[in-house]
Write a protein that binds this ligand. Structure first.
Ligand code: SAM
Length: 287
């Protein structure tokens, strides 16, 4: 049964009251209370009935219930111990869910996927705690886990940075890092009144479909990402100066200018004008 928005908000308030639960700002707790948005996330996640889902931060289990109805198995990782009795109640009718009381940043997800989802297509779905969005997303991508996609609610500004193209104000190290590992698709804009309590900022649902192969050929990924970090740490400087000034870069301004010339790029170019392919080529020349 699909509840109306009013009854979803009422139900959340009722559960909060029953368990004497107080929202923890330090855990980024803004619970979803809008049915349409719940639909948007689960639709955007493209969950198949044989799929496994990892949910990060189930809260009181509102979205988890949907996930259990759509997927073969759900593993939800929640840091807040106070939510354990709540989740036992709200998820009592589902036998395909496992709740792990842990910090996702300290969880061995590779092991979890092997143990809980052997052979299944695995998708990550989450209304992420905003205080830790970027570290979680980068950890999921950089570990190169066997996952199909990551569909998440994040701050609008963060979603825009993930999807940004060269030459725009939102373009930066996060755009390049995310786009190296995944294709991005913003599925919905979500206003603050869809959450309890209301966050101060707007949100977006974004799907990151993990690429099966890298979009560019790079000899040394670490080196390329060092160049990218250097470029955007000092984004107002020319790329050559930013890299030469970056502690531990190991490259002089002249070396970078020489490499830029080989690529047919201006010696005064800034990182914000360079695309992923150009960073990869620059890195390949410099290593
Ligand atoms: N999924 C719920 C919903 O949509 O209503 C809650 C979303 S709320 C924005 C974020 C959830 O992540 C909270 O339940 C919070 O306790 C949990 N959380 C915060 N930091 C976490 C971490 N490091 N590991 C696992 N869960 C975390």
């Amino acid at each position: 049964m699909i509840m109306s928005d009013l009854s979803r908000a009422g139900k959340t308030a009722e559960i909060i009251k029953k368990y004497g639960f107080s929202f923890q700002k330090r855990f980024g707790q803004n619970f979803l209370i809008d049915e349409h948005v719940l639909n948007k996330i689960t639709e955007a996640a493209l969950i198949g009935e044989k799929d496994g889902v990892i949910e990060i931060g189930p809260g009181i289990g509102t979205m988890t219930q949907r996930l259990c109805e759509q997927a073969a198995k759900v593993v939800s990782i929640e840091i807040d111990r106070e939510l354990m009795p709540v989740l036992s109640e709200t998820l009592s009718e589902y036998d395909n869910v496992k709740i792990v009381n842990a910090d996702v940043m300290k969880t061995d997800l590779e092991e979890l996927i092997k143990e809980d989802f052997g052979g299944m297509t695995v998708r990550v779905v989450a209304n992420l705690p905003y205080y830790i969005t970027t570290p979680i997303v980068m950890a999921l991508l950089e570990q190169q886990l066997p996952i199909e996609s990551i569909t998440i609610m994040v701050q609008k500004e963060v979603a825009e940075r993930m999807q940004a193209m060269p030459g725009t104000k939102d373009y930066g190290a996060l755009s390049l890092a995310v786009q190296y590992y995944a294709d991005t698709y913003i599925a919905a804009n979500v206003p603050p009144n869809c959450f309890m309590p209301r966050p101060k900022v707007g949100s977006c649902v974004i799907r990151l479909t993990v690429r099966r192969s890298r979009p560019v050929e790079v000899k040394d990924e670490k080196h390329m990402f060092m160049l990218i970090r250097a470029a955007f740490n000092q984004r107002r400087k020319t790329l050559a100066n930013a890299i030469a000034n970056h502690p531990g870069s190991g490259h002089t301004r002249d070396e970078v200018i020489e490499a830029l010339k080989k690529l047919g790029l201006s010696e005064t170019i800034r990182g914000e004008a360079m695309d992923l392919g150009q960073f990869a080529e620059l890195s390949n020349i410099l290593t």
